[in-house]
Design a binder for this molecule. Structure first.
Ligand SMILES: Cc1cc2nc3c(=O)[nH]c(=O)nc-3n(C[C@H](O)[C@H](O)[C@H](O)COP(=O)(O)O)c2cc1C
Length: 303
């Protein structure tokens, strides 16, 4: 029996509901040596800023129980190199290309959106208003409904294709922020970014990360992510993309049952580069074993 895995996010088509998460897949070059990127529902690039960024000095990552802390500081190649080298590479693959953007000022998001609007190979933007480990921008916008909405309005003014707002879990009222970005024109919401955390080396009595604080990701955050995805999916009328700790097909299926129309795989790609492919196959097997013909039948049916 064949099953339908394709999904639609407000007009944006994905051949299956599994995407790679921003920052855990760079621009796809390394992963392409391990599997055919055309197998993926979609890719989300590392967040781009207008100019290249070095990010924080090492140590930038630290392993924790069932997870990892990172304080990369949005290191990325900047828009010019992305357009000349990285986008043409990704465009060779038959997968939906979502470009993640970040900025320290609203105007930076708008300028990125304007440049990317000229590129036919960019299917959608994911707007990162949720980076916990940069001094300017990031959470400054994502922590409150009004500034979050303002970023989305500025991006939507320049980019007419779908815009996905990526939300932070480091807030008291995630539903309020979700409603604001939808009211401001976002076609979809992805959640969650990392949770603020830290770790201390008791021998040196200093922080394990050069930045002191970082973002926690991986299996440790899955229950938090799942609860937030359920709440947001039930509060807004745009499709939601769930992520946070997804490592196996059964993790991904939990998110779909909770109401996510698609999922992203992040930290798992570091310790199992084939995780996204295994998850696609596992979702297909689950549907067959449980007599579903279409992945859309299981979205949001938890009770
Ligand atoms: C090393 C690393 C770099 C990341 N960089 C970005 C980024 O540039 N933009 C972004 O929106 N999220 C970034 N994230 C967050 C992930 O996309 C994801 O939201 C988060 O890690 C939770 O998912 P996971 O537990 O599957 O990794 C990064 C995460 C990690 C671990």
């Amino acid at each position: 029996m064949s099953v339908n895995l394709s999904i639609d996010i407000n007009g944006l088509k994905f051949k299956n509901p599994v995407l790679t998460a921003s920052g855990c897949f760079a621009y796809g070059e390394e992963a392409s040596e391990v599997f055919d990127l055309s197998l993926l529902g979609g890719v989300v690039t590392k967040s781009l800023t207008y100019l290249p960024r070095e990010g924080h000095p090492p140590p930038k990552v630290h392993e924790t129980a069932c997870g990892m802390l990172n304080a990369i500081g949005l290191s990325n190649v900047g828009i010019d190199l992305f357009l000349s080298e990285k986008l043409p590479f990704l465009a060779k693959y038959d997968t939906t290309c979502v470009v993640s953007i970040a900025g320290s000022k609203i105007d930076e998001y708008a300028r990125l959106a304007e440049r990317l609007a000229e590129e036919g190979d960019v299917d959608a933007l994911e707007v990162n208003i949720s980076c916990p480990n940069v001094d300017e921008g990031g959470l400054e916008f994502g922590a409150y409904p009004k500034p979050a909405g303002k970023v989305i309005v500025a991006v939507k003014n320049k980019f007419s294709r779908p815009v996905i707002a990526k939300l932070s879990p480091n807030v008291t009222d995630i539903v309020g922020i979700a409603r604001s970005v939808v009211d401001s024109g976002a076609e979809s919401i992805s959640l969650i970014n990392t949770l603020v955390g830290t770790a201390i080396d008791i021998k040196t009595r200093s922080f394990n990360l050069s930045n002191g604080f970082g973002g926690l990701s991986g299996p440790a955050i899955k229950p938090v992510a799942l609860a937030m995805v359920y709440k947001v999916a039930n509060a807004v009328d745009v499709p939601v993309i769930g992520l946070g700790g997804i490592t196996t097909a059964s993790d991904a299926i939990e998110f779909l049952l909770a109401g996510a129309r698609a999922v992203q795989v992040g930290t798992a790609c570091f310790f199992d580069p084939l995780a996204p492919v295994r998850i696609i196959d596992g979702i297909s097997d689950y549907l067959k074993q449980n007599n579903f013909k279409d992945v859309n039948e299981i979205i949001g049916i938890v009770d």
